[in-house]
Write a protein that binds this ligand. Structure first.
Ligand SMILES: [Zn+2]
Length: 156
């Protein structure tokens, strides 16, 4: 289990939420303080469309890799039990169906997180806030590549 840490407002110290202390998660990269309106960075969160290819691949493997590997077990066990006398069709079926079956439920969870992220990103009010947050963050620090407002794709 990932450790959770408290996220507090950087200007008024109000408690905002609990966030993971390690790894990247799909989510809003900022939270608006309900008390003072400050945009507080959630530095382990990014919207899915702002993950780069490496981050998407890493997140995908982190979420599903163990399940996909586990799904290979039935095929490998079949191969071990049958030795040279295996039926390649059964082996192929087990090696394809096993991982798909094992990763199906975690994949649905991942798809749902991506869908929610895209739903947030398609809200013009949210995008405006995200841009404003990106501008403020860019002003505060010299280079924050993933938060560069120019890189946020336009909604259609
Ligand atoms: Zn505040």
């Amino acid at each position: 289990m990932a450790r959770l840490v408290e996220l507090r407002c950087t200007s008024c110290d109000s408690f905002l939420s609990r966030i993971r202390s390690t790894g990247m998660v799909i989510g809003s990269p900022f939270q608006e303080c309900p008390r003072c309106g400050a945009f507080v960075e959630r530095n382990r969160c990014r919207e899915w469309d702002l993950f780069d290819v490496a981050a998407k691949t890493g997140y995908f493997l982190g979420s599903l890799g163990a399940w996909l590997a586990l799904g290979l077990l039935p095929g490998l066990i079949y191969l071990l039990v049958r030795g040279r006398d295996f039926d390649p069709r059964w082996l192929a079926l087990a090696l394809v169906a096993g991982p798909l079956f094992a990763a199906a439920i975690p994949a649905l969870g991942l798809a749902q997180r991506v869908r929610r992220s895209r739903a947030r990103m398609s809200d013009p009010m949210y995008r405006a806030k995200l841009l404003e947050f990106g501008r403020r963050a860019a002003r505060e620090r010299a280079s924050v590549p993933t938060l560069d407002p120019v890189k946020i794709p336009r909604s259609e």
